[in-house]
Ligand binder design. Structure first.
Ligand SMILES: [Zn+2]
Ligand SMILES: [Zn+2]
Length: 120
């Protein structure tokens, strides 16, 4: 496995590496993402779970619904991931990448809850 992208939380306790090129990076305006990141939208980079490696510390999980959970740093609270435990892929929050520019969003989801002032 060769590391393509790296990232981590704000305090540095949790670090991760991605071994896969991001695909279908998207901006999500849904209410769940707004609450999860405390902002008007989240930018999510989907990768295969086998291509996501925590390289320092451990992710803590918040069960955000019956089927989904969000991974975060329990020291600084930075949200890092979103996934369905049964799925093969997970979403990495692009703002936590060391180089977010390398995962530019291609799509916009959850437009029904889009906050005014965040339009293109
Ligand atoms: Zn942290
Ligand atoms: Zn969302």
């Amino acid at each position: 496995m060769s590391t393509l992208l790296t990232g981590g939380c704000q305090c540095g306790a949790v670090r991760y590496a991605l071994d896969q090129q991001p695909q279908n990076v998207h901006v999500c305006h849904c209410r769940m993402c707004q609450k999860a990141v405390g902002g008007p939208f989240a930018i999510i980079c989907p990768v295969q779970k086998t291509a996501f490696r925590v390289t320092r510390g451990t992710l803590s999980y918040f069960k955000s619904s019956d089927i989904a959970r969000r991974g975060f740093c329990n020291v600084c609270g930075t949200p890092l991931t979103f996934d369905y435990p049964d799925a093969d892929d997970l979403g990495v929050l692009v703002g936590t990448l060391d180089e977010p520019d390398r995962a530019p969003p291609e799509n916009q989801y959850g437009n029904e809850s889009r906050v005014s002032g965040t339009r293109d």
